[in-house]
Design a protein around this ligand. Structure first.
Ligand code: GTP
Length: 337
């Protein structure tokens, strides 16, 4: 089982309770076409459910935003650019009767095929064979070519829920109904659930629907654990997010981050990080005039790290060139892909 792989080395403890979610009940938009009955936990029927849930979809549909808003904290990095997520990431969400083990995956894509993208795509296909439930995330429009690539990979031997994200962009929610009828013809989805990850809408409905498909078994992780990743990994991701958010279209895809040193001295964490680029010519864009761009990237990353880790951070960031890293299998391994 997938979760066995996620046994410690390092488990994370939640620093603060999840924020309150707005549910979609007031608007009356509910999960649609659920094909399986639920067995909810009641005082006479104390059933605990726990299982793994893959979040898959083409790049940029909002998979990481969905995970973060369910967890109530920023675990998975997000940006407007495709390929922000490059690792499989476990996000643990525990309630009174359920432990959801969400696996966020990189967006599946075939536009630029290099060793990095082959590795990212392999991660997605592998996760699909290992989980109890699959969430296939799309935007509220007709399925595009990139969505269909993922659709064709969906497993037929386990429940797949279609999550129509960004419902806030729809205006009139009734416009969704004809689309949902079309989607229903495409694949035997166990349910079709419209949500807005960014606005935290209908997430409770989504969780209730997912729960119905999880196996009855005790929790695997303690209630306050929310990921299997260590601080070193999360620090690298937060720094990479700033590169994705603060630089133009070209650069981010050629960038990765390596944490060279991570030391904790009391409450202070000292971090030495390298932003790795593909070519010498990319360095000046990252550093900016008088080092301003790099300063902005490090300041914003440090602020996010302080929020997530709950303590002071001393962060030093360098830019280094490792030419061809994204198409070099050995370099990818040493960089943690
Ligand atoms: N309007 C709106 N925007 C959203 C919603 N969910 C996510 N977004 C935006 O969509 C963009 C992509 O979100 P991500 O969560 O990074 O998407 P992803 O699917 O994880 O992307 P990859 O990492 O490339 O696979 C970001 O700019 C989000 O703010 C939503 O419910 N409504």
């Amino acid at each position: 089982m997938l979760h066995r792989r996620y046994e410690p080395p390092y488990l994370w403890r939640r620093q603060q309770p999840p924020h309150r979610r707005t549910t979609g009940r007031a608007t009356g938009l509910q999960p649609i076409a659920c094909r399986q009955e639920s067995t909810l936990m009641t005082e006479t029927n104390p059933v605990f459910r726990c299982g793994t849930v893959a979040i898959v979809g083409r790049p940029n549909v909002g998979k990481s935003t969905l995970l973060n808003h369910i967890l109530g904290l920023k675990l998975s990095i997000t940006s407007r650019k495709a390929q922000t997520t490059r690792h499989r990431l476990l996000g643990i969400h525990t309630t009174a009767d359920t432990q959801f083990l969400f696996v966020d995956t990189p967006g599946f894509q075939q536009k630029h095929i290099n060793a990095l993208n082959r590795t990212l795509n392999k991660t997605v296909t592998q996760v699909l064979t290992e989980v109890d439930v699959v969430l296939f995330v799309i935007e509220p429009m007709h399925l595009g070519e990139a969505d269909r690539l993922v659709l064709n990979m969906l497993p037929k031997d386990r429940p797949v829920l279609l999550v129509v994200n960004k419902a806030d962009l729809m205006g009139d929610k009734n416009n969704l109904l004809p689309l949902i009828q079309d989607f229903d013809l495409e694949f035997p989805f166990a349910a079709i659930v419209p949500v807005s990850a960014k606005k935290s809408l209908y997430l409770d409905e989504l969780l209730t629907t997912v729960r119905q498909h999880l196996p009855e078994q005790p929790a695997i992780y303690a209630e306050d654990e929310f990921t299997d990743k260590n601080e070193r990994f999360l620090a690298a991701e937060l720094l990479r997010e700033k590169v994705f958010r603060l630089l133009g279209e070209e650069i981010p895809y050629a960038v990765t981050v390596e944490i060279e040193q991570f030391q904790q001295e009391g409450k202070l964490r000292r971090i030495h990080a390298a932003i790795i680029v593909d070519k010498e010519s990319q360095k000046p864009m990252l550093i900016g005039k008088n080092g301003e761009k790099l300063k902005q990237i490090s300041t914003e990353a440090r602020q996010d790290m302080e929020k997530l880790f709950g303590g002071k951070i001393w962060l030093e960031v360098w830019v280094k060139v490792k030419s061809g890293w994204a198409d070099d299998e050995r370099a990818l391994k040493s960089l943690g892909y």
